[in-house]
Ligand binder design. Structure first.
Ligand SMILES: [Zn+2]
Length: 323
């Protein structure tokens, strides 16, 4: 299905997209037409057979588009809408809310919380959470294709966790706490990829690094003992000793991965407040998307996010009580 819909698709002019986006957030017809333009460009085609002999169904009473914004194919005679086969297929929420949520999720550097979308779109918290989880799912790279990073690659861990419990003394940070560890790997001047890991043992971290990093890469880390031995598997392994106040020696540093983590830390404190371990990977996918698209402008990034929603469906239903 995906192939049929991605072939022969001319790029939508960026200026058209960004001009139409604010209107699409308030007007349902404009929203549907925006999503159709992102998906099909100037050549709408059938989601069932790929034929371009298709037409919009009209409403006889109003003279406008049919109530459900249906299309019909002259070849296979089936009806469909732009929602088919995308993350918003199962949703009954108007596409104008999706347009707004995609816009916010693609342009707020520290992430966008479901609570804000709830207030701004005047929808229930449950609906807002449903929407945001699916947008984050769309933003995630396709499973099974971990990027092989090369050149200079920095690795570091981040610990994401809840508030200190009363009676447990000062708020502990980092290694040795019960916070959820996240391994982050960034190719300097390239993409970042972060994933939840079960622990920060040498076995776990090295296994993940092997999956994501090319053996030709120069790997840079801090002095954590879990990284010892990487030099045998990669072109080189250089480290900086943070505990000795050493942060950069020549081009050896982990500042890139740390600054990418800084946005997550601020987002977790200021935007999301509490993220359960179960859903953390979705938030990480969102932050990866924002970081990896940092050189795009807001319109390009939003466009890329809406486009990433095609050919993907999240069939599992998130537990809706956690943020
Ligand atoms: Zn067809």
């Amino acid at each position: 299905m995906e192939n049929l819909n991605t072939k022969k698709r001319p790029e939508l002019k960026h200026t058209d997209f960004i001009e139409n986006l604010p209107v699409a957030c308030t007007n349902e017809t404009a929203a549907v037409e925006l999503f159709e333009a992102v998906r099909w460009g100037d050549t709408p085609c059938c989601v069932h057979c790929g034929s371009t002999a298709v037409y919009k169904m009209m409403d006889a009473a109003t003279g406008g588009r049919s109530k459900r914004f249906l299309w019909r194919c002259r070849d296979c005679h089936k009806q469909y809408t732009v929602r088919i086969g995308a993350v918003y297929e199962e949703s009954r929420l108007p596409l104008r809310h999706w347009a707004y949520a995609f816009w916010r999720a693609s342009t707020s550097k520290k992430g966008a919380a479901a609570l804000e979308i709830m207030r701004q779109c005047q929808i229930s918290y449950k609906s807002a959470l449903f929407l945001m989880h699916r947008i984050r799912f769309a933003m995630a790279k396709k499973p099974g294709t971990p990027p092989k990073m090369t050149g200079i690659v920095e690795c570091d861990e981040l610990y994401v966790g809840g508030k200190p419990r009363p009676g447990t003394g000062p708020h502990k940070r980092g290694r040795g706490t019960k916070k959820t560890p996240v391994l982050g790997i960034v190719q300097r001047d390239g993409d970042v990829h972060r994933r939840v890991v079960t622990d920060v043992s040498a076995y776990t971290l090295k296994h993940a690094i092997r999956q994501m990093v090319d053996p030709q890469a120069r790997v840079m880390t801090d002095e954590c003992s879990s990284y010892l031995g990487l030099k045998d598997e990669f072109a080189s392994h250089e480290s900086v000793c943070h505990s000795a106040g050493e942060y950069a020696v020549g081009d050896v540093h982990t500042n890139t991965i740390e600054s990418s983590f800084a946005l997550i830390k601020r987002g977790m404190i200021g935007v999301h407040h509490a993220v359960s371990k179960k859903h953390l990977h979705r938030y990480l996918a969102h932050y990866d998307f924002l970081w990896n698209g940092r050189k795009m402008n807001d319109g390009e990034r939003t466009y890329a996010a809406i486009r990433s929603a095609e050919g993907k469906r999240l069939t599992y239903r998130p537990v809706l009580k956690a943020n």
